[in-house]
Ligand binder design. Structure first.
Ligand SMILES: [Zn+2]
Length: 324
């Protein structure tokens, strides 16, 4: 078998000295240390090599490792790209097309900055009173206690209150209510204009083209960054089609890869990914990917925090892991 460590990154920036020191991401100095560690201990491979392994059975080198960067942050151009070039490594980038197409900020990112700019003890009462308000004005929303009991479960990175806010606002409530709640909280707590914030947060098409021309890989991450497995099938297909169409010149159709937002996939999503010609699909469960023919549409990925200098957690997963 061909084992592969896939590493997932989101924000990579100088965080401590920034305007948003509370944002959850990787400090730039630690990123370069991590890249140095990979350079010393792993063989960083290209996405094209992984597709070859999955489609043609071509073996990957020992300790193969793939670098993936989600969500189209400008960090990936400003900070990541120069470091990858310095080490002659390829990064694979997955940009939800809506962030480049429209000058808006995805709800998932607004939620990150709402959380970064407020104490959770202060945010919780605001969220709870908004829920009461929408419930009183006729929306069918369960009681705050039932919502909290159902949604508040701590995970590897966040306490239960943070998970509650994320799950509630990223998908649990009806779309119109949660969009409105997120916008109100963003305005109240972050207080920046959405258009200017969007320009400072995301890659633009020129930057993407420059990175692509320098050998970086770009794949699919949907249009609106939906949980694809929770959408009606038509809407799921449309979301993927829109992102394909928008990045037509950037995507490599012979080596097409889909990265499911939030790791959300089901059989319908997998079938559609195969139908449109995807060769691989990436999830978010940690584990060593077993890349072989017929087993490439739900590859596990480690988080950057699973590797030095943050931790040694990747070592808890053996090369024989069959999670995928
Ligand atoms: Zn994403």
């Amino acid at each position: 078998m061909t084992g592969l460590y896939i590493v997932m990154y989101h924000y990579v920036r100088p965080i401590a000295d920034s305007k948003y020191p509370g944002i959850k991401g990787l400090e730039l100095t630690l990123f370069e240390k991590q890249i140095q560690f990979f350079n010393d201990n792993f063989s960083v491979v290209t996405m094209e090599q992984v597709v070859d392994a999955a489609c043609r059975g071509i073996e990957l080198p020992e300790n193969a490792l793939l670098l993936t960067f989600d969500d189209g942050y400008i960090d990936h151009y400003q900070y990541v790209f120069p470091i990858l070039q310095k080490y002659s490594m390829q990064g694979s980038f997955f940009v939800p097309s809506a962030v480049v197409k429209y000058g808006k900020v995805l709800d998932v990112n607004k939620i990150h900055f709402i959380l970064a700019c407020s104490k959770i003890e202060e945010l919780m009462p605001k969220v709870m009173s908004m829920l009461n308000e929408y419930r009183d004005s006729g929306y069918n929303i369960e009681s705050n206690k039932v919502l909290f009991d159902n949604l508040a479960v701590a995970n590897r990175w966040d306490c239960k209150e943070v998970i509650f806010v994320k799950r509630l606002l990223q998908g649990y409530l009806e779309e119109d209510v949660r969009n409105e709640m997120v916008s109100r909280l963003f305005e109240d707590i972050v207080g920046e204009s959405e258009k200017e914030f969007s320009e400072k947060l995301y890659l633009n098409k020129e930057q993407i083209t420059e990175m692509k021309n320098a050998g970086m890989y770009f794949g699919l991450h949907g249009e609106e960054h939906y949980w694809l497995n929770k959408l009606p099938i038509e809407k799921m297909m449309k979301d993927i089609d829109n992102s394909m169409a928008f990045f037509d010149e950037i995507l490599d159709k012979d080596n097409l890869v889909i990265n499911y937002p939030y790791g959300g996939y089901n059989n319908a999503v997998l079938d559609y990914a195969k139908k449109i010609g995807c060769k691989l699909g990436l999830g978010v469960e940690p584990g060593v990917a077993n890349v072989k023919i017929g087993n490439a549409y739900a590859l596990p990925r480690f988080d950057t925090n699973d590797f030095p200098p943050k931790s040694d957690r990747y070592m808890e997963y053996s090369n024989d892991n069959k999670l995928n």
